[in-house]
Design a protein around this ligand. Structure first.
Ligand SMILES: [Zn+2]
Ligand SMILES: [Zn+2]
Length: 156
Protein backbone atom coordinates (compact mmCIF):
# COMPACT_ATOMS: atom_id res chain seq x y z
CA UNK A 1 0.00 0.00 0.00
CA UNK A 2 2.86 2.38 0.83
CA UNK A 3 4.45 1.55 -2.49
CA UNK A 4 1.27 2.41 -4.39
CA UNK A 5 0.74 5.70 -2.55
CA UNK A 6 4.37 6.71 -3.16
CA UNK A 7 3.89 5.97 -6.82
CA UNK A 8 0.81 8.21 -6.99
CA UNK A 9 2.61 10.98 -5.08
CA UNK A 10 5.52 10.92 -7.52
CA UNK A 11 3.19 10.92 -10.52
CA UNK A 12 1.57 14.08 -9.15
CA UNK A 13 4.98 15.74 -8.98
CA UNK A 14 5.47 15.04 -12.71
CA UNK A 15 2.33 16.92 -13.69
CA UNK A 16 3.47 19.99 -11.71
CA UNK A 17 6.99 19.92 -13.19
CA UNK A 18 7.71 22.19 -16.13
CA UNK A 19 11.45 22.20 -16.85
CA UNK A 20 13.05 19.25 -18.61
CA UNK A 21 15.43 18.51 -15.73
CA UNK A 22 12.54 18.39 -13.26
CA UNK A 23 10.68 15.97 -15.51
CA UNK A 24 13.77 13.77 -15.76
CA UNK A 25 14.24 13.83 -11.98
CA UNK A 26 10.58 13.02 -11.47
CA UNK A 27 10.85 10.15 -13.95
CA UNK A 28 13.75 8.65 -11.99
CA UNK A 29 11.74 9.03 -8.75
CA UNK A 30 8.66 7.53 -10.36
CA UNK A 31 10.60 4.47 -11.48
CA UNK A 32 12.18 3.87 -8.09
CA UNK A 33 9.15 2.49 -6.18
CA UNK A 34 8.30 0.13 -9.04
CA UNK A 35 11.92 -1.01 -9.27
CA UNK A 36 11.78 -1.70 -5.53
CA UNK A 37 8.65 -3.80 -6.10
CA UNK A 38 10.45 -5.84 -8.79
CA UNK A 39 13.50 -6.25 -6.54
CA UNK A 40 11.33 -7.30 -3.59
CA UNK A 41 9.56 -9.94 -5.69
CA UNK A 42 12.87 -11.41 -6.93
CA UNK A 43 14.39 -11.40 -3.43
CA UNK A 44 11.34 -13.19 -1.99
CA UNK A 45 11.12 -15.79 -4.78
CA UNK A 46 12.97 -19.03 -4.09
CA UNK A 47 11.92 -20.63 -7.39
CA UNK A 48 14.00 -18.72 -9.99
CA UNK A 49 10.94 -17.12 -11.65
CA UNK A 50 10.68 -15.89 -15.23
CA UNK A 51 9.89 -12.22 -16.00
CA UNK A 52 6.28 -13.24 -16.64
CA UNK A 53 5.94 -14.83 -13.18
CA UNK A 54 7.66 -11.81 -11.59
CA UNK A 55 5.13 -9.56 -13.35
CA UNK A 56 2.22 -11.59 -11.93
CA UNK A 57 3.67 -11.36 -8.40
CA UNK A 58 4.57 -7.66 -8.75
CA UNK A 59 1.01 -6.87 -9.84
CA UNK A 60 -0.26 -8.14 -6.47
CA UNK A 61 1.91 -5.49 -4.79
CA UNK A 62 1.32 -2.72 -7.34
CA UNK A 63 -1.70 -3.21 -9.64
CA UNK A 64 -0.47 -0.32 -11.85
CA UNK A 65 2.80 -1.97 -12.80
CA UNK A 66 3.12 -2.88 -16.50
CA UNK A 67 4.86 -5.86 -18.04
CA UNK A 68 7.21 -3.46 -19.90
CA UNK A 69 8.19 -1.83 -16.59
CA UNK A 70 8.95 -5.23 -15.07
CA UNK A 71 11.13 -6.26 -18.04
CA UNK A 72 12.95 -2.90 -18.05
CA UNK A 73 13.62 -2.96 -14.32
CA UNK A 74 14.80 -6.58 -14.39
CA UNK A 75 17.36 -5.50 -17.01
CA UNK A 76 18.46 -2.51 -14.91
CA UNK A 77 18.68 -4.56 -11.70
CA UNK A 78 20.74 -7.22 -13.48
CA UNK A 79 23.09 -4.59 -14.93
CA UNK A 80 23.48 -3.04 -11.47
CA UNK A 81 24.41 -6.48 -10.10
CA UNK A 82 21.45 -6.57 -7.69
CA UNK A 83 19.94 -9.73 -9.15
CA UNK A 84 21.20 -12.66 -11.19
CA UNK A 85 19.89 -13.60 -14.62
CA UNK A 86 19.91 -17.22 -15.74
CA UNK A 87 20.01 -17.13 -19.52
CA UNK A 88 18.94 -20.54 -20.78
CA UNK A 89 19.88 -21.49 -24.34
CA UNK A 90 16.15 -22.08 -24.88
CA UNK A 91 13.02 -20.41 -23.52
CA UNK A 92 12.68 -17.41 -21.23
CA UNK A 93 15.29 -15.99 -18.85
CA UNK A 94 14.92 -16.87 -15.18
CA UNK A 95 15.93 -14.58 -12.32
CA UNK A 96 17.73 -15.31 -9.06
CA UNK A 97 18.28 -13.24 -5.91
CA UNK A 98 21.34 -15.41 -5.09
CA UNK A 99 24.39 -13.56 -6.40
CA UNK A 100 26.93 -16.19 -5.35
CA UNK A 101 28.39 -18.31 -8.13
CA UNK A 102 26.29 -21.45 -8.37
CA UNK A 103 24.85 -23.75 -11.01
CA UNK A 104 21.33 -24.74 -11.96
CA UNK A 105 19.15 -27.63 -12.96
CA UNK A 106 16.46 -27.06 -15.59
CA UNK A 107 13.47 -29.42 -15.90
CA UNK A 108 12.59 -30.00 -19.56
CA UNK A 109 9.01 -30.96 -18.66
CA UNK A 110 7.81 -28.22 -16.27
CA UNK A 111 10.44 -25.53 -17.09
CA UNK A 112 11.40 -25.20 -13.43
CA UNK A 113 14.89 -24.04 -12.45
CA UNK A 114 16.52 -25.18 -9.21
CA UNK A 115 19.94 -24.80 -7.61
CA UNK A 116 22.30 -27.75 -8.08
CA UNK A 117 22.96 -29.67 -4.90
CA UNK A 118 26.42 -31.26 -4.84
CA UNK A 119 28.33 -33.20 -2.22
CA UNK A 120 31.76 -31.91 -3.24
CA UNK A 121 31.75 -28.17 -2.57
CA UNK A 122 34.94 -27.65 -4.60
CA UNK A 123 33.46 -29.18 -7.73
CA UNK A 124 30.32 -27.12 -7.65
CA UNK A 125 32.27 -23.88 -7.31
CA UNK A 126 33.43 -21.94 -10.33
CA UNK A 127 37.04 -21.89 -9.07
CA UNK A 128 37.06 -25.67 -8.60
CA UNK A 129 35.96 -26.18 -12.19
CA UNK A 130 38.21 -23.43 -13.54
CA UNK A 131 41.31 -25.01 -11.92
CA UNK A 132 40.75 -28.14 -14.02
CA UNK A 133 40.71 -26.29 -17.35
CA UNK A 134 43.79 -26.46 -19.60
CA UNK A 135 43.45 -23.08 -21.32
CA UNK A 136 46.43 -21.00 -20.06
CA UNK A 137 46.14 -18.18 -22.61
CA UNK A 138 42.48 -17.49 -21.91
CA UNK A 139 41.09 -15.03 -19.38
CA UNK A 140 38.08 -16.89 -18.02
CA UNK A 141 35.86 -14.92 -15.69
CA UNK A 142 32.47 -16.57 -15.91
CA UNK A 143 30.66 -19.83 -16.43
CA UNK A 144 27.13 -20.89 -17.27
CA UNK A 145 26.50 -24.49 -16.40
CA UNK A 146 22.96 -25.81 -16.63
CA UNK A 147 22.05 -29.44 -15.99
CA UNK A 148 18.89 -30.51 -17.76
CA UNK A 149 16.48 -33.41 -17.34
CA UNK A 150 13.42 -34.16 -15.24
CA UNK A 151 12.70 -32.95 -11.71
CA UNK A 152 11.27 -35.44 -9.14
CA UNK A 153 7.71 -34.22 -9.82
CA UNK A 154 8.05 -34.89 -13.55
CA UNK A 155 10.10 -38.11 -13.47
CA UNK A 156 7.31 -40.12 -11.77
ZN1 LIG B 1 9.60 -30.78 -13.66
ZN1 LIG C 1 20.01 -20.21 -8.19
Amino acid sequence: MNIVSNFVKNSDSISTSTSTSNINNAKVLRNTPQRQVVLKVVRESMDHPTAETIFERARELDPNISVATVYRNLGILFQKGEINQIALPFGACHYDFNLAQHYHFYCNACNSVEDIIAKDVENKSFQGLKDKLDMPKYVINGCELIFTGLCPNCSN
